[in-house]
Design a protein around this ligand. Structure first.
Ligand code: SF4
Ligand code: SF4
Length: 422
């Protein structure tokens, strides 16, 4: 509805303008090229091959370019997966849980669930050894099944990096019925331009406390057996907050570095605000770097902190939350001030719940030790046993391996407050 009649395909000359501007503008050696959609694979593999050829053409000496793509996985085949592997593209695969939960909302135009196709895509990624993350949206259908979802990713899909994204679809009283119907089901007369407005949510949306409980249930499992081997972005980012770092825009005091470029060159303040009020300009007319540094964009980023209600400023978990993303700040505080995050009650539950183990992990890291040692104290707490798990004893996670090789100091991968992705 924002671009009526468009084919939503980026022209080759615009792609070249974008890649050139992106590489020229970066003063840091690392540059990220990140493809989102819609569904980016609909552009066809040649588009991505051209993109990488253009990066090679415009790359400055010493620049290292990392690629990510967010996909529903439906079109992935040997050609795609070999390409991802060859160019080190990190693939974010959208999966919402086992078949019944995934297919609740992820359906094609005919109403058929995409789970089987996604699993074929994942098997192909794994066959080619391409790096992948699981991106799981958390909504009304899977929100009460946290462990089923998490264990499916960890045990069935062998996922080691997982992101959970809460689904909050805002609506006004006038368009709630159409919103509930689903975008694909609406006829053209009903369709409207979606903007972040209204104080109601669709029936697909997750509840605030439901989201908090979802995260807590998974945390309880993770902190007992998966620290250092499974990386859940929310937990990594939280650990960063307990260490005084802000590793993701939504938990930072200010934001504004996650802009979105549309297929026609229009640049928007954020990919959650691709709407007229947040259009910065078009990269054919103005250098992208100027728009990123513009007053309008600076005001957008600073508003994250400046518009926080008093209730947030006085909150004991402000350091971990910072009011979360402004797109979800549409409810009132208990004393009637507008601008509280719809998910606040869930975040309060979650951040209070994880305070003690987060403090413990942060202390371990400050001492130069590994965060996974927290699993010992949890297991001891569960069993009421004194002392530590011996290095050669069976790991409490039940893997059958020795503790030191499984989750102890000799285990290969380590928990780091690492994620800075959007
Ligand atoms: S915090 Fe929200 S509005 Fe700000 S950049 Fe991140 S996603 Fe966009
Ligand atoms: S938990 Fe609630 S009150 Fe506290 S900072 Fe987050 S949104 Fe604000």
């Amino acid at each position: 509805m924002l671009y009526p009649g468009s084919r939503f395909r980026m022209a080759d000359d615009l792609l070249e303008i974008y890649i050139r501007q992106l590489l020229e503008a970066h003063q840091t050696p690392e540059v990220g090229v990140n493809w989102q959609g819609g569904e980016p694979t609909l552009m066809g593999l040649d588009f991505f091959k051209r993109s990488i050829a253009l990066v090679e053409k415009y790359k400055k000496p010493g620049q290292q370019v990392g690629y990510t793509i967010q996909t529903n996985g439906v079109l992935l085949d040997d050609d795609w997966c070999a390409f991802f592997k060859a160019h080190g593209v990190l693939v974010g695969l959208s999966v919402d849980g086992p078949k019944a939960l995934h297919d609740a909302y992820r359906v094609n135009k005919g109403g058929r669930g995409s789970f089987d196709q996604v699993m074929r895509g994942l098997a192909c990624l794994q066959k080619h050894g391409a790096d992948f993350n699981i991106l799981c949206t958390v909504h009304a259908a899977n929100g009460d099944h946290p462990l089923e979802v998490y264990r499916f990713f960890r045990d069935e899909l062998q996922a080691r990096h997982i992101q959970f994204i809460p689904i909050v679809e805002r609506a006004t009283a006038e368009d709630l019925a159409a919103t509930n119907k689903g975008w694909g089901e609406q006829d053209s007369a009903e369709r409207r331009l979606y903007t972040q407005s209204g104080a109601l949510v669709s029936e697909r949306s997750i509840g605030a406390e439901q989201f908090g409980r979802f995260l807590i249930a998974i945390f309880e499992e993770w902190v007992r057996r998966d620290v250092g081997t499974v990386f859940v972005q929310t937990f990594d980012v939280a650990l960063g907050s307990w260490l005084g770092q802000h590793n993701l825009c939504v938990v930072s005091p200010t934001c504004g570095n996650s802009l979105a470029l549309e297929h026609n060159g229009d640049l928007y303040s954020c990919d959650h605000f691709v709407e007229p009020d947040h259009l910065l300009g078009n990269i054919r007319d103005k250098p992208m770097a100027d728009m990123v540094a513009s007053d309008k964009q600076r005001r957008f980023g600073c508003a994250k902190f400046e518009t926080l209600p008093k209730y947030c400023r006085n909150c004991d978990v402000l350091f971990a939350c910072y009011g979360d993303c402004p797109r979800n700040r549409f409810i009132k505080t208990p004393d009637g001030e507008p601008g509280l995050n719809y998910l606040c009650a869930g975040y309060k539950l979650f951040y209070h719940h994880i305070d003690k183990p987060m403090k413990e992990m942060a202390d371990l890291l400050r001492q130069g030790r590994y965060a996974d040692e927290v699993m010992q104290s949890y297991t001891i707490g569960d069993n009421g046993l004194p002392g530590k798990v011996g290095r050669n004893a069976p790991c409490p996670c039940g893997s059958g391996r020795k503790y030191k090789r499984c989750h102890g100091a000799d285990a290969k991968s380590r928990s780091q407050p690492s994620s800075t992705s959007h």
